[in-house]
Design a protein around this ligand. Structure first.
Ligand code: NAD
Length: 337
């Protein structure tokens, strides 16, 4: 039985991934600091659900505590590590940038150290579409230059990609970095638009619509994202024999077993259409509060997913109406609203 150490299992994506891997027969050890960036009760509930599976064990701890991480790795002897724990959120990074340096730079370094020490077969870590920053060429391709990050959140994730490349090269750690595009679905994050919109609309509060609605996002449903991660776990990068062997759209490093892969829906959805789909699902019209663009925000994201498809044969395809319906059903049931 393969043993996987997942960081961030009390979080939105880590919870769903752990659940899927447990269904697939993996032994999963979760690690999470249960930070209070958003409602800790949601994190506790996700963890309680995972603990109902025999194949799941959990350690509460911070990534910055390298001695604890090492003890966990020593105990688990993981075949693979999926590192999802992070200080997430674009907007909060303007308020509390240090949390991003601590969790994402120091924390990720500590995870890389245990990947090296325990010679894992594959290290997979979360980056973000935010690394494309000020890029205007759409859809975003992994081979595009991406050097203009607009927030410290995005900068820490770009730094993670760079740090991971060096460790993949030096210590021969096969490493895949995911660039996730706005993930949504049941058990989703309270700080993200869909959760905030549904909650506010149901309570009759106005919703803030940034850039007067002229925003576009590539919304990725959590089930599609988990499927993409699961398939990429088996697409272990190998150090190329020669740079000539690398396909044109591949980000495989010429010198290291390392690649970066977008996971998105490859569909650009206008924010106002997204809001209308939520209204239609709830049967309630939203009170709209049109606002200017927020500092650090980007007007659009849109993923080219041809690399994911060529590596795994899989292309995410959940349409946003179905995805919203799935979220709303969970939200109403969970919060009894
Ligand atoms: N959800 C999205 O739309 C999205 C998009 C792009 C990238 N990502 C990335 O995907 C990953 C998972 O995101 P998510 O949406 O599940 O976020 P989340 O906030 O729900 O989950 C992250 C988890 O990490 C834990 N954590 C944070 N800092 C920690 C630390 N220093 N030590 C230990 N645990 C810590 C938190 O308690 C939380 O449970 C993150 O790396 C995030 O940056 C998410």
């Amino acid at each position: 039985m393969k043993k996987v150490l997942i960081t961030g299992t009390a979080g939105f994506i880590g919870f769903h991934l752990a659940r899927q891997l447990l269904r697939d027969g993996f032994s999963v050890h979760g690690f999470d600091g249960m930070t209070d960036y958003y409602d800790v009760r949601l994190k506790q509930r996700r963890t309680q659900i995972l603990l109902q599976s025999e194949g799941f064990a959990f350690t509460e701890g911070m990534l910055e505590d390298d001695a604890l991480l090492r003890r966990v790795a020593d105990d688990v002897q993981p075949d693979m590590i999926v590192h999802l724990a992070a200080q997430a959120g674009v907007r909060y990074s303007l308020e509390n940038p240090r949390a991003y340096i601590d969790s994402n730079v120091v924390g990720t370094f500590n995870v890389m150290e245990i990947a090296r020490e325990y010679a894992v077969q594959h290290l997979l870590m979360a980056s973000t579409s935010s690394v494309y920053g000020a890029n205007e060429q759409m859809p975003f391709r992994e081979t595009d230059k991406a050097d203009a990050q607009l927030t410290i959140y995005a900068a820490t994730k770009k730094a993670n990609e760079s740090m991971a490349h060096s460790y993949a090269h030096l210590w021969d750690i096969p490493t895949t970095m995911f660039r996730f595009f706005t993930v949504y679905g049941s058990w989703g994050r309270p700080d993200l638009a869909l959760f905030k919109f549904v909650d506010a609309i149901l309570e009759g509060r106005p919703i803030d619509i940034y850039n007067h609605g002229e925003m576009y996002r590539d919304f990725t449903h959590i089930d599609d994202l988990v499927r993409g991660i699961r398939l990429l776990m088996d697409a272990v990068p190998e150090r190329p024999a020669s740079p000539d062997n690398i396909a044109e759209n591949d980000t495989l490093s010429p010198v290291a077993p390392f690649r970066v892969v977008n996971i998105g829906n490859s569909e650009k959805v206008r924010l106002l259409d997204f809001v209308e789909a939520i209204e239609a699902e709830l049967g309630i019209e939203a009170k709209r509060n049109y606002m200017d663009m927020q500092p650090g925000d980007v007007p659009a994201t849109w993923a080219d997913t041809s690399l994911l498809q060529s590596l795994t044969g899989y292309r995410p395809s959940t349409n946003v109406r179905d995805g919203i319906a799935e979220f709303v059903a969970w939200f109403r049931d969970y919060y009894g609203k």
